[in-house]
Design a protein around this ligand. Sequence first.
Ligand SMILES: NC(=O)c1ccc[n+]([C@@H]2O[C@H](COP(=O)([O-])OP(=O)(O)OC[C@H]3O[C@@H](n4cnc5c(N)ncnc54)[C@H](O)[C@@H]3O)[C@@H](O)[C@H]2O)c1
Length: 343
Amino acid sequence: MIKIALVGCGRISSKHLEAIDRIHELRLVAACDNISNRADSVASAVGCIPYVDVEHMLRETDAEIVSICTPSGLHPKHIVMAASRGKHVISEKPLGCSVEASEDAIRACRDAGVHLFVVKQNRLNPSIMLLRKAYEAGRFGRLYMILANVLWTRPQSYYDAAKWRGTRELDGGCLCNQASHYVDLVQWFGGEVAGIKAFSATLSRNIEAEDSISVVINFASGAIGNINATTLVYPKNLEGSITIIGEKGTVRVGGIALNKIEHWQFDSGHDMDDEVKSANTDPPTVYGLGHEPYYRRVLKALLGIENKVTDGAEALKTVKIVELAYASAVRKFTENCGDGVQE
Ligand SMILES: NC(=O)c1ccc[n+]([C@@H]2O[C@H](COP(=O)([O-])OP(=O)(O)OC[C@H]3O[C@@H](n4cnc5c(N)ncnc54)[C@H](O)[C@@H]3O)[C@@H](O)[C@H]2O)c1
C-alpha cells in the first residue's frame, strides 16, 4: 500500500481522488487546502486527515507521495516543499509558470532523490497512444506540419471564480493553462525546437494574461508547428485537436479533447489500422479519462516495474515553449510586416 497526500482540493482534485480510489495499492491519507471546508469535505468523504497548511501536513504525514493540485504558479514551491521532506511528487500540469522556478523544482527533487511526475494524461488517451504508435513505427515518414487547435469557452465567471485564474504569475493565459497539454503533444511529436514566434491578445475576458494566442514553432527537423488557443469560442467548447501532416501519412485526432480519430490515412496499410475505431472515447469533460492510467504508470515506476511516466524534465519542455512564446508575443507583430503591408 502506497500512501498519498493531496494538496489543493479544487476542480481537478476530483480526478486524482477518483484515480486513487480505483487503484487498490494507493490510499489517500491526508488532504490539504487553505480553504478549510474543501480539505474537510475530501477528508470526510475519503476518511483521511484534513489540513489547511501544507508545511503542517508535510511535517506530520507519513505519505510517500504528495499530489499537487494547487494553482499552476504554486506547483514549483509545493514541489520543493514536498521534496525537501523526502516525498515523491505528482504535480498537475503545467510544471510551473516560469522556467526558472520549474528548474528549481526539478533540482530539489533530484537532490532529494525523489521522483517528480507531471500529469500529462492526454498522452494516455487511446487515440493519442495509437497516433504515437504510428509515429514510432515511422509511418509518417518525414514530418511536415504539427498543428493543434484548442478552441474552447471559458466565460468571465470561470476566471472570477478563483483569483489566480488569468494572472501571469499563477496561471498564465490560455496557452499556459488550457493549451498546456497540446503544447506538450506538439513538441512530443515535433522534437527539438529551433525557434518560436507568437501573437497573443486579451480580446474579451477581463484578465491579465491572454485569452487568445497563435504560436508558430520552427522545429530543428524543419517541420512547422502551430498552436492556436482561445477561451472565447461562442457558445461552448468546439475543438481540441492535433493534426500531423507527414510525407506518407496524415492523422487528425480531435473531438472535444483529443478523444476521436477524425482522419487516419497512410500510404500503406498496417495491423494497427484495425484499432482506429476502438481508440475513440467519449469522456464526460475535457479532462479526459487519463488520470487513472497516469497513476497506474506512477505506481509501476515506484515499484520499479517500468518507468513510462512524464517526468519533470519532459514537462519542462512545455514550460520553455510557453515562456518563449510569451516573450515573442510581447513584441509587436508588425515588426515583420514591412511598409508594404502597413499601407
Ligand atoms: N490535467 C488536467 O487536464 C488539468 C485540468 C484542470 C486543471 N489542471 C491544473 O490543476 C491545477 C488546479 O486547477 P483547478 O482547476 O483544480 O483549480 P482550483 O482553483 O479549482 O483548485 C485549486 C485549489 O488549490 C487550493 N490552494 C491554493 N493555494 C493553496 C495553498 N497554498 N495551500 C493549499 N491549497 C491551496 C485552492 O484553495 C483551491 O481549492 C492547475 O495547475 C491547473 O492547470 C489540470
